[in-house]
Design a binder for this molecule. Structure first.
Ligand code: ADP
Length: 169
């Protein structure tokens, strides 16, 4: 009966993990790749303790950049933003875990790196809004939308980290 109880406690979390768990789309922008900051930036999310579900180096087509940033298409900087995002390869990542969207935004820091706190990625590694090295989804719904936009079926790994019991009680 002890065993049955354990199974019953474990399996609901598994079901949640495969469908409903929160995910954030995190992208190292072309300046972060060109400046050799890929390892540094990935390391911050890795050390925090979220689960990496997808990762690739990718040259973004213009149409995808426009779709990703469609809410900003009326802004004066939109054409420059699209040129920037498509100017070289990006690192696309899907990170998973309760609270990952808000937590990743905190790790990333304010949009303008001059306003970003020291200790954040932008606060430590960037100086200009137009070269702010990293993207993070701003809501769980956008996390889902953006991961579906940037990753194809089968590009996300289904796995469990051995660290999980040491991160989540
Ligand atoms: P965030 O990336 O912090 O969610 P926004 O969604 O407001 O910020 O903007 C998306 C991206 O557009 C920013 O990360 C930045 O690369 C670019 N951007 C925003 N505002 C400006 C601006 N005034 N000038 C140039 N680029 C900008």
């Amino acid at each position: 009966s002890g065993r049955a109880t354990r199974v019953a406690r474990v399996s609901p979390r598994r079901i949640v993990a495969s469908s409903d768990v929160e995910q954030s789309y995190i992208m190292i922008k072309p300046d972060g790749v060109q400046r050799g900051l890929v390892g540094e930036i990935i390391s911050r999310f890795e050390k925090k303790g979220f689960l990496l579900k997808g990762l690739k180096l990718f040259q973004c087509p213009k149409e995808l950049a426009q779709e990703h940033y469609k809410d900003l298409k009326e802004r004066p900087f939109f054409p420059k933003l699209i040129d920037y995002i498509t100017s070289g390869p990006v690192i696309c990542m899907a990170w998973e875990g309760d609270g990952v969207v808000a937590s990743a935004r905190k790790l990333i820091g304010a949009t303008n790196p001059l306003q970003a706190e020291p200790g954040t990625i932008r606060g430590d590694l960037a100086v200009q809004t137009g070269r702010n090295v990293v993207h993070g989804s701003d809501s769980p719904d956008n996390g889902k939308r953006e991961i579906a936009l940037w990753f194809k079926e089968g590009e996300l790994a289904q796995w469990e980290s051995v660290q999980t019991p040491w991160l989540i009680e």
